[in-house]
Design a protein around this ligand. Sequence first.
Ligand code: PMV
Length: 326
Amino acid sequence: MNAYPRSATANAGANIALIKYWGVRDATLNIPLNDSVSFTLDTTRTTTTVTFDPDLPADELLIGGEPAAPAATERASRHLDILREMAGVSWRARIVSENTFPMGAGIASSASAFAALTVAAAAALGLSLDTRALSRIARRGSGSAARSIEGGFVWWHAGIDDATSYAEQIAPPEHWDLCDIVAVVEEGEKRVSSAQGHLLAESSPFLETRLSLVHKALPRVREAILNRDLATLGPIIETDALAMHFVMMSSQPRLFYWTGATLDILKAIERWRDEGLPVWFTIDAGPNVHLICEANHRDAVATAARSLPGVRDIIIARPGPGATLV
Ligand code: PMV
C-alpha cells in the first residue's frame, strides 16, 4: 500500500434478536453461551468513514459530528488494533460515524457501529475478507455486531472459539415483511451496559433453565421464519425475551431494565391480541419494547403503541440489508 491516507465508508443496520444472546463463554472474544437469531433493520443504521493516516498521533472518533467520549474512542481503537494487526500496519485513524437514529433513543447502536467500523476499516486497509471473517471480527467489538454484517434473517452460531463463532444469513430481507415497531419509553444511556451484563449471567440460578429453553426454541424459530409463521414465532420470542430478563433480574447484582411503562406495554399487547391484532414483543437490555408484527398490521400497531401514555416515541423498521461499502 503506498497511497495515503487510505479511506473507506460503510453502512450497517442495527438488529433485533428474536432469540437473544445473553452471557459469554469468553468475554474477550465475545463467544456467547448460546446461538441467537435476529433480523437486521433497514431504518436504524450507522454510516462510518475510516481514514488511516500515518501522520495522526492517535485514533480519533466523531459521532454525529461530536468528539466521542474517551471510553468509546478507546473501544473503537482496540477494535482497529485487530484489523491493523491483520494488515501489518500501525497507522492511526480518523473515524467519522453517523446514526440515522438519535443516540439517546434507547436503541443499541453498538451492533451497527461495530459492523460498519469493521467493514470500512477492512476496506481502507486493503484486507479482502469474506462475510464470515467480517462477522468474526465485528463480534469482538460487540457480540451482536456479528449479526449485523449479514442482512435479513440471521443466525449467530455461538461456536466454541474465535474460528467457530460467526453469523450466517437464514433468509434475505425480502423473504418476510416483518416489522419491528420500537416503543421508546425512556431515552438516554442504559445504566448497566450489555458488556457488563453478559458477565453477570452466570450468577443467575435461572441461566441453565433459559439455555435449555433456547436449545429447544432455536430449530422452531428457524422453521417459523422459513415458513413466515408469526403465530408460531410470536409466543417463542416472548418467552425467550422474558426468560432473558428473568436471568437479568436474578443475577447478582440484579439487573432491572424495565420501567412501569415496559410492563404497561406488555399488558396492552395481550389486550390487543385478544382483540384480534397479531402482535408480539421482545425486549433488549433496556426498557423499550419492540413490537413485532407483519407489514399489513404495521399501521394499526403503530397507532395503538402511540396511544399509550408511557410511549414517548416510536421507531419503525423492517428487515434490511447487511453491512456494505458505500
Ligand atoms: O452485543 P451486545 O453486547 O450489546 O449484547 C446484546 C444483548 C441483547 O441485545 C440484550 C440481546 C441480543 O441478542 O441482541
